[in-house]
Design a protein around this ligand. Structure first.
Ligand SMILES: Nc1ncnc2c1ncn2[C@@H]1O[C@H](COP(=O)(O)OP(=O)(O)O)[C@@H](O)[C@H]1O
Ligand SMILES: CC(=O)OP(=O)(O)O
Ligand SMILES: [Mg+2]
Length: 395
């Protein structure tokens, strides 16, 4: 069996072609991303197969929809690689499953409708996830499309974690904490379990990418997480501010800000980009000597420390801390800053080991004397989605 995994975002479409052997999704035989899907962006395709990396610039005529060109490019690549003919399913990462979906589902018209209703709760993600399902449904009409939700991993959060302190009628309408990055947490916790017995204990995972969140787990199950009703809560991110005093929003509303302006502020103009005024990308901030770039990095690390301690408190302590996501896997300075400040929780980093971890493999980075283990583990959301889809098809 072969499953194509799709993670369609606002600027990138990431894909992986996974063989399923004896029910287990294998690392992608063909993997890649199409970048530059945002308005005015420059489309570029990069893909890896058999250890070789290929790059190309798809031809785009000025009027073509970037998403359409990306899809044609992907279809062509699948044909060339003979992967398209054998597809058994297409697994889509869908960020928000709301109260309706506690686990993955095979998509039909009614389900698409429900997913569309959730789009305002994840405006950076859900519309693109849905576009991906529609486009691949047209391209491969006979192949089942499976929606794999970021929220599903957190479906059993305890009541005191998922309830907001609002009148209960609102909670009953579905206004509650859902939590996100679930495919990543599930992938990384399965990997941790292969390497460390601490996976059965009190684990805090830090998914620090363009979006960023933490998850506190007991025995591999989500018990606390920083993202909430939407993917805005919790940590500071590339362009999102994370947790913010709701009084600020009331104040801006009273000043005449409308929904569209607030949404743009909270989702697209804040975070590393907003504070630095330079970039949402940690690599560019590291390379800059502008004091505002350094300030943005400091705020980012500070918030990770603050929230890690809070999440550790919710799960009763810390047996292991795991870094993943683009920043978590690659930014050794950020890991060092965070771990040094978490010494009070029994975290002691081995700085030499930390400097070798670059997201290509699983690396323990704690020192011998550390009470808590610290790991850098590359996430594989695509393989996780393929696995979830394979499991669903077998049911
Ligand atoms: N070598 C690196 N050093 C520091 N940060 C990095 C590095 N590579 C990637 N990043 C950060 O990771 C982010 C992308 O994270 P990723 O988890 O891949 O994001 P996405 O949410 O798009 O899946 C980039 O925006 C950048 O901030
Ligand atoms: C939920 C979320 O923020 O996802 P991403 O990190 O892909 O933006
Ligand atoms: Mg991500």
């Amino acid at each position: 069996m072969v499953i194509l995994s799709i993670n369609a975002g606002s600027s990138t479409l990431k894909f992986g072609v996974h063989d399923i052997e004896h029910g287990i999704a294998q690392p992608a035989a063909l993997t890649g991303s199409i970048e530059g899907l945002e308005p005015g962006g420059h489309l570029s395709l990069s893909w890896r197969s058999g250890g070789q990396v290929h790059r190309e610039q798809p031809d785009v005529d000025g009027h073509a929809e970037p998403f359409h060109v990306a899809l044609q490019t992907l279809q062509r690549l699948l044909q060339e690689q003979r992967a398209g003919r054998t597809l058994q399913a297409i697994a889509h990462r869908v960020v928000h499953g709301g109260a309706s979906f506690r686990q993955a589902v095979k998509v039909d018209a009614a389900i698409l409708h429900t997913l569309s209703d959730l789009a305002p709760l994840a405006p950076l993600h859900q519309p693109h996830n849905i576009d991906g399902i529609l486009a691949l449904g047209r391209a491969f009409p006979d192949v089942p499309q499976i929606a794999c939700f970021d929220t599903a991993f957190h479906a059993d959060l305890p009541e005191e974690e998922y309830l907001f302190a609002l009148p209960q009628a609102l909670g009953q309408q579905g206004i509650r904490r859902y939590g996100f990055h679930g495919l990543s947490y599930q992938s990384v916790s399965q990997t941790l379990a292969r390497f460390s017995q601490r996976a059965a204990g009190r684990v805090v995972m830090a998914h620090l990418g363009n979006g960023a969140s933490l998850c506190g787990m007991l025995d591999g199950k989500s018990r606390a997480t920083t993202m909430g009703f939407s993917a805005l809560d919790g940590l500071m991110m590339g362009t999102r501010c994370g947790a913010i005093d709701a009084g600020v929003l009331l104040h801006l509303l009273a000043q005449g800000w409308d929904h569209a302006r607030l949404e743009a502020l909270l989702y697209r103009q804040s975070g590393l980009l907003g504070v630095s005024g330079i970039s949402a990308d940690m690599r560019q901030l590291r390379a800059s000597d502008d004091p505002n770039a350094q300030l943005a990095i400091r705020l980012f690390g500070y918030r990770v420390v603050r929230e890690t301690a809070a999440v550790a408190a919710c799960i009763g302590g810390l047996d292991a801390l795991v870094f993943t996501g683009g920043i978590g896997e690659h930014d050794q300075l950020l890991r060092a800053d965070v771990c040094d400040r978490l010494a009070f929780l029994g975290v002691a980093l081995d700085h030499d080991k930390n400097s070798t971890a670059d997201g290509t493999q699983v690396v323990p980075v704690h020192s011998k004397s550390s009470q808590a283990e610290v790991w850098v583990i590359p996430t594989d959301e695509a393989r996780m989605a393929a696995q979830i889809a394979a499991d669903l098809l077998r049911q």
